[in-house]
Design a protein around this ligand. Structure first.
Ligand SMILES: [Ca+2]
Ligand SMILES: [Ca+2]
Ligand SMILES: [Ca+2]
Ligand SMILES: [Ca+2]
Length: 284
C-alpha cells in the first residue's frame, strides 16, 4: 500500500495537517488553526506568537497584560486552563517548545536589551541563555533538543546563529550585510530555513544546519518571511506581504512548487504546522 501510494502521488503529495496562525480576521482576531489547504479556520485564543507543545495538547503564546507588557501563557489546545508562566517588565515573545516538552525558549527584554531565555511550562527554572549587547530573538529548538537556532545582531546586522540548549558554543551561521532572520529547523534536523533581505526583498532560504549549501526558495518583490516546516519535511509555510493584506503560502522544500493557502483582505501569519488536529485538552 505504501509503495502504491507513493507511485500514485508521483512526488506531488499534497500538504496535510493543520496550520496554526495569527489573524486579524473577524471571527479569529487572535490565534487560530485551519487545515493546510486553508479550509475550516477556527479561533482558539487571544494572543500572538503561538507555539504548540510536541503532543499538540497545549499552546504557549504571548499576551499583553495589565502592567503593559507581553507575558507568556499556556493553555490547552481548545482554550482551557490558561496558566501565566512569565511576569516581568520585558516583552516575552517568540515562544518555542522544546521537543521533549520540558522547556519553552523565548525572547525578552526586561533590561531593555533583547535576549533568549528558557522557562519550564509551569513557570519555574527561568534561565537567560544570551548576554550579547545586541538583539537576540526568534529561538527555534533543533528536533533532537540539543541546540537552539536564533537571530542576533551582534555582528552589526541580523544573522542566524546556533547554540547548545544550555547557551554554550554560540556559533554564527550566516554572514551577509542584509537582514537574515527567523530560523526554522527541518524535522530531520539536517537543514535550517530562514528569511533574508539579501536580494532586496525578504525571501525564504534553506541551508544545511552547519550553514553550508545555501539555497533560495522564493523569488519576487513581495516580502516572504518567517518559514515553518511541515511535519513531514516536504513543505515550508511562510508569510507573504500583499499590501495591505498578509497571506500564508506553502512552498515545496526543494522550491519546485508554491500553493497559496489564504487569499483575502485580512492579515494572516503562520506560526506552526501540526501533524493533525490539536488533541482536546484532557478534562480535569
Ligand atoms: Ca513580560
Ligand atoms: Ca542581547
Ligand atoms: Ca545579515
Ligand atoms: Ca490575507
Amino acid at each position: 500500500m505504501l509503495i502504491l501510494a507513493a507511485c500514485a502521488g508521483g512526488g506531488t503529495s499534497e500538504p496535510v495537517g493543520q496550520i496554526g496562525f495569527v489573524s486579524n480576521a473577524s471571527g479569529i482576531a487572535g490565534i487560530g488553526v485551519m487545515n493546510a489547504d486553508g479550509s475550516r479556520p477556527s479561533r482558539l485564543a487571544d494572543g500572538i506568537f503561538p507555539d504548540w507543545s510536541p503532543d499538540g495538547h497545549q499552546i504557549a503564546f504571548a499576551q499583553r497584560t495589565a502592567d503593559g507588557n507581553l507575558d507568556l501563557f499556556i493553555l490547552g489546545a481548545e482554550g482551557l486552563n490558561e496558566l501565566r508562566i512569565t511576569d516581568d517588565p520585558g516583552n516575552d515573545v517568540h515562544a518555542s517548545w522544546s521537543p521533549d516538552g520540558q522547556w519553552i525558549a523565548f525572547a525578552s527584554d526586561p533590561g531593555g536589551n533583547q535576549d533568549i531565555y528558557v522557562v519550564r511550562p509551569d513557570g519555574s527554572g527561568r534561565t537567560r541563555l544570551t548576554t550579547a549587547e545586541a538583539v537576540d530573538l526568534t529561538p527555534d529548538w533543533s528536533p533532537d533538543g540539543s541546540k537552539i537556532a536564533f537571530t542576533s545582531s551582534r555582528d552589526g546586522n541580523l544573522e542566524i546563529y546556533v547554540m547548545n540548549a544550555d547557551g554554550s558554543d554560540q556559533t554564527q551561521l550566516t554572514a551577509d550585510q542584509e537582514v537574515d532572520a527567523n530560523p526554522a529547523w527541518s524535522p530531520d534536523g539536517s537543514k535550517i530555513a530562514f528569511d533574508s533581505f539579501r536580494t532586496g526583498s525578504a525571501e525564504i532560504y534553506v541551508m544545511d544546519a552547519d550553514g553550508s549549501d545555501l539555497r533560495q526558495l522564493t523569488f519576487g518583490t513581495n516580502h516572504s518571511f518567517d518559514p515553518v516546516w511541515s511535519p513531514d519535511g516536504k513543505w515550508i509555510a511562510f508569510n507573504r506581504t500583499f499590501e495591505p493584506s498578509q497571506e500564508i503560502i506553502l512552498v515545496r522544500a526543494n522550491g519546485s512548487r508554491e500553493i497559496r493557502v489564504t487569499d483575502n483582505s485580512d492579515q494572516e501569519f503562520v506560526s506552526a504546522w501540526l501533524a493533525e488536529e490539536p488533541a482536546a485538552d484532557p478534562a480535569p
